[in-house]
Design a protein around this ligand. Structure first.
Ligand SMILES: [Zn+2]
Length: 285
């Protein structure tokens, strides 16, 4: 894996012939006493394991840019104006890489939570003038069509997607959404939540997106945050993905682990959990 660091908030690397940049949309400092805001019940050792991590813990928002098959592709887009002043920096930081929103050919969405989608639209206008939008069919059904999602959220999402009506495409498990980018259904966090296997010239990266949110869930895969919609299913999906990452020694990317959210997973020897080996930033600005 070649890497070049261009700044504090962007991380350049490659997977085979695919060029990638992880770009931070912002981060949130979390203190130990706030853990109870996210997790209803925590097993013995969970809070202690969290306290061992750098404090305050920088909960990340990691957007992925790729160049593959002659296309410029994004996986998720961040919060945009909705996140300001604390979040929503992705677009400015993309421009710092000399890439403009109008140059993006394809946007692939993992699920429809606003921290992954809201930057698509600003004041009812499309931010990405030329991009085709790919989103999980099950997410559209859940949030927009089923009536099961809160009506207020459905309205916000309709506004976000309205300017893209002619450019929406549905994806599901096994689809190739861009050259070397295969959709993997990872349900639990939301009904249609998807991850992606990114593969080129014998190298692979598994983007597990929101399969987990805190580094501590790698050692304690059965612990789910209150915002996992199906808390019975999400730990099963989490364990399946972590086991695969460990068994196949795959490079992993996550949306919410501390920037850049990249690392490897190993099986823990003394517990039923796993160990996270993050790829550290290699240069300071
Ligand atoms: Zn998220």
């Amino acid at each position: 894996m070649n890497k070049k660091v261009s700044g504090l908030n962007s991380y350049h690397f490659s997977v085979g012939k695919i060029k990638l940049i992880v770009i931070s949309d912002g981060f949130e400092n979390i203190h130990e006493h706030q853990l109870g805001d996210t997790f209803k019940s925590m097993p013995d050792g969970f809070a202690q394991a969290f306290a061992q991590l750098p404090q305050p813990y920088p909960f990340g928002y990691n957007v992925l840019y790729l160049e593959t098959g002659g296309e410029r592709v994004l996986i998720d887009v961040g919060l945009g104006a909705m996140g300001k002043p604390d979040f929503g920096f992705f677009l400015e930081r993309l421009e710092q890489e000399s890439i403009s929103a109008s140059q993006i050919d394809k946007i692939i969405l993992s699920h429809l939570h606003l921290d992954h989608t809201a930057a698509l639209t600003a004041e009812n206008s499309p931010v990405f003038a030329n991009a085709q939008i790919f989103l999980p069919r099950l997410e559209w059904e859940h949030w927009i069509e089923s009536g099961r999602a809160p009506a207020e959220r459905a309205e916000i999402l309709k506004k976000i997607f309205q300017p893209y009506q002619e450019r929406l495409h549905f994806i599901e498990d096994g689809d190739v959404a861009a050259e070397g980018v295969t959709v993997i259904a990872l349900p639990g966090h939301t009904p249609g939540h998807c991850g992606f296997m990114i593969e080129s010239a014998g190298e692979r990266l598994l983007h597990m997106v929101d399969t987990l949110h805190f580094q501590t869930q790698i050692a304690f895969p059965d612990v789910s945050p209150f915002f996992d919609i199906n808390p019975e299913l999400s730990p099963k999906t989490r364990r399946m993905v972590l086991q695969r990452l460990a068994d196949e020694a795959l490079l992993a990317l996550t949306y919410h682990l501390p920037f850049p959210g990249l690392g490897h997973v190993a099986q823990a020897k003394d517990s039923a959990g796993f160990i996270w080996k993050p790829i550290e930033r290699i240069a300071k600005p």
